[in-house]
Write a protein that binds this ligand. Structure first.
Ligand code: GLN
Length: 559
């Protein structure tokens, strides 16, 4: 029999758990559905947290290619995790830790280490119960101290990798009181050629769940439109749930509107009712309505921001996209993100179609990245923004490339580069962090997580952050080389944020907005609390648009 120290079971904790599984296919947006439900519970006054389970053998997402898995999201404790955690942080407005991302790699690593230490006292170590116990313990640990914990199981029901997790959920149902658990299954409801909503894939997926001993309490159907009443009835009948437990989650133009849609469907009320939370929920009129007010704000214009990167995949820069959206909400404008391929800029320079795109934008962002592919294109984009007074924001690698561009083209250091891209550069203005010299393992070894930056008064950084320090998240191995500090001293490039000997923020005197950060401010941006460097960018663009408008008006009056 497993002991409580292994499974983490403690009846006095009193948490409620919502387990979210997905059926039919991946990429259905079950994370957004789960985060939206969580947001509504938060609006009703509950302390909500989340756990994302990723059934892969990587210990964390840090070593994964963004083109396959989307961006690596960084937590304050330095955890490199799946991008879904970013959605939970943004929707629930919480700061999570690495413990909130359970992976097969973490569970197996721990169990095998315990086995090697002899902790299993001669037992045969097996997936059931040892790995499943470890999974349950991790989920319970992460839920501690909150009212409701949403646990999203990555992948699709039926995947071999997901089996130990579903088994762990079955054991959960066996150990905890029925009132404390809710199983939500999110599936795809496709349309037939004649426009009919088809429920068979959902039926099959639920059948699969039931064969492992799990009966869903709630079914959410993802479709282009709302589910027809007949569709709901059919799903209810075949999947053995009440019709009122079947919910629609149609496509909406903006993910931040999903909580509003889910509320309209009554999913939150049903969940609270099932979990016996109603008596503890805030009365309706006291609910926190800030989310609705923030995401439905009137916007008075639009701006086009170029995102100069190497992956033509929105998910690879998800937090940058979201941060730009937040800054737009703050400045009351819609932000259109225009993809500019750094590789094309590098290859064809000003003749490329992508340079034309860049030139039509109102502002430029050069995000983080690794490796040399596309860097010359990023440097070209920095140069264009610097010389043409176009508002610019450089993030991590983007910050480093701004330093390289300035060193080459303004300070006259021919061939200046980052030692990451060119080990033989005559001017390594960006060099490896001293503590990285001996590092050979790639997993979890960068300078990671939240670190404080001191901000110089009277600078743009001081105005944007409203104080003399900020704490932002990092993920890098390279930095501005201290040997070149002196060369920048009398230039227009000002390092307005530092952490000891590390340069953390740069800005350019005399430019409308030229701002770079060695850290990644995009990981702390929230819909209602936009990140200061992003606000600065959008604000500068809006100001330039206003100036152009008033000039045109004056010309019209004069003419
Ligand atoms: N590759 C650069 C470094 O390691 C930048 C990292 C990043 O953009 N996250 O320092």
């Amino acid at each position: 029999m497993s002991t409580d120290s292994e499974t983490g079971y403690d009846p006095t904790l009193g948490n409620k758990f919502i387990f979210v599984t997905g059926g039919v296919m991946s990429g259905l947006g079950k994370g957004i559905t789960a985060a939206s439900t969580g947001r509504l519970l938060k609006n009703a006054g509950f302390d909500v947290t989340a756990v994302k389970v990723d059934p892969y053998l990587n210990v964390d997402a840090g070593t994964m290619n963004p083109f396959q898995h989307g961006e690596v999201y960084v937590l304050k404790d330095g955890g490199e995790v799946d991008l879904d955690l970013g959605n939970y942080e943004r929707f629930l407005d919480i700061d999570m830790t690495s413990d909130h991302n359970v992976t097969t790699g973490k569970a197996y690593k721990h169990v095998i280490e315990k086995e090697r230490a002899g902790d299993y006292l001669g037992k045969t170590v097996q997936v059931i119960p040892h790995v499943t116990d470890d999974i349950k313990r991790r989920i319970r640990e992460a839920a501690k101290g909150t009212d409701v914990c949403i646990v999203e199981i990555g992948g699709t029901v039926g995947d071999i990798e997901g089996m130990p997790y579903l088994e762990a959920l079955r054991q959960f149902a066996h150990e905890e009181s029925e009132d404390d658990l809710l199983f939500v299954h999110v599936t795809l409801v496709p349309y037939s050629k004649n426009g009919e909503q088809k429920t068979k894939p959902t039926q099959h997926s639920v059948k699969e769940l039931r064969s492992i001993g799990l009966q869903p309490d709630v079914l959410v159907g993802r479709a282009d439109d709302k589910l027809d009443p007949e569709t709901k009835e059919k799903i209810a009948l075949f999947c053995d749930v009440p019709t009122k437990a079947v919910f629609s989650n149609p496509d909406v133009e903006d993910i931040y509107h999903v909580p509003l849609m889910v509320e309209e469907e009554g999913l939150d009320e049903y969940v609270m009712d099932q979990l016996g939370l109603f008596s503890r929920a805030l009365p309706k009129r006291e609910r926190d309505n800030s989310w609705r007010n923030i995401v439905t704000r009137d916007r008075e214009g639009e701006v086009d921001i170029a995102l100069v990167g190497k992956y033509d995949l929105e998910d690879a820069y998800m937090s940058v996209h979201e941060s730009l959206k937040h800054a737009g909400l703050d400045q009351r404008v819609d932000v259109n993100v225009v993809w500019v391929d750094a590789d094309e800029l590098a290859a064809d320079g000003e003749d490329s179609e992508h340079f034309q795109r860049l030139a039509q934008c109102d502002g430029v962002v050069v995000p983080g990245g690794f490796g040399s592919r596309g860097t010359e294109g990023k440097i070209a984009a920095v140069k264009y923004a610097r010389e043409n007074d176009v508002p610019f924001l450089g993030l991590c690698l983007g910050f480093q490339m701004a330093v390289v561009e300035y060193a080459r083209n303004v300070l006259g250091f021919e061939g200046a580069h980052s030692a990451e891209m060119d080990a033989d550069t005559p001017h390594p203005v960006i060099d490896i962090l001293p503590e990285q010299y001996e590092v050979t393992d790639m997993g979890g070894t960068m300078r990671l997580g939240a670190h404080e930056t001191d901000i110089e008064s009277g600078t743009v950084a001081a105005r944007l952050y409203g104080g003399d320090s900020c704490t932002e998240r990092h993920r890098h191995r390279y930095e501005v080389n201290p040997e070149y500090f002196e060369d920048f001293e009398d230039s227009d490039m000002v390092f307005s944020g530092t952490a000891g000997n590390r340069m953390e923020i740069l800005e350019l005197d005399g430019h409308p907005y030229f701002f770079g950060t060695q850290f990644h401010p995009e990981f702390r941006s929230r819909p209602g609390r936009a990140s200061p460097p992003f606000v600065g960018l959008v604000e500068a663009v809006v100001e330039q648009q206003r100036d152009v408008d008033s000039e045109t008006e004056t010309e019209e009056v004069e003419a």
